[in-house]
Design a protein around this ligand. Sequence first.
Ligand SMILES: [Zn+2]
Length: 211
Amino acid sequence: MATATGTFPLRLVDGRRLERRYRDVLLPGGILCDHEGQARVLPRYFYEIESWKQASETYLAPHFAASEFIHTDVREAPALRVFPRYIPCATVLVALALELFRDAVGTYVYIGANGGYCSPRHARVGGASPHCWGTAANIYRVGDTYLDSHESISRYAAIIHDVIPTVWTRPLGPLLARTDDHLHLDLGYVVSVPRDAGGETYNLKLAGDPL
Ligand SMILES: [Zn+2]
């Protein structure tokens, strides 16, 4: 299974077969509950990134390199602050969404620190954040405009909703789970299983054991 697809250089890995120190923080195929207490199944398959060089040279979409989705700080789990790093396969989908957004605004789109993939063990993650699925992005700047006002955030939120009608953007405001210094968008709890992935076992008992 550990083969690159076509010319895509990142190795596809089954998170349940990674070393324990990674499984403990990626929780592949595990469960997180959202704020309403509903269970959401986490991604199991990831792309492995060997180095910053590889991250910055590997494009998930024409203008979005893998490196833009792994800017995390000390709040990320220690095992994921060094290489190899892992991103859920669905990160490619949010990169494509951002590419459509970039086309619509006709300028650069900047993702903030901790604004791409965050593991379920990231200190800022409470509950089932789509950042743990790799399907969310926090945009803090579009071209020369910083998204630090309700006016600018609303304007760009309207554009992304035009381009992708099913996208979710975080409501404005200073309260918990709201935003006033970036535009959070996500595609929901999307799990991507590339064709090269190993697949699930039919034995449910075995499926409960990571390895
Ligand atoms: Zn966010």
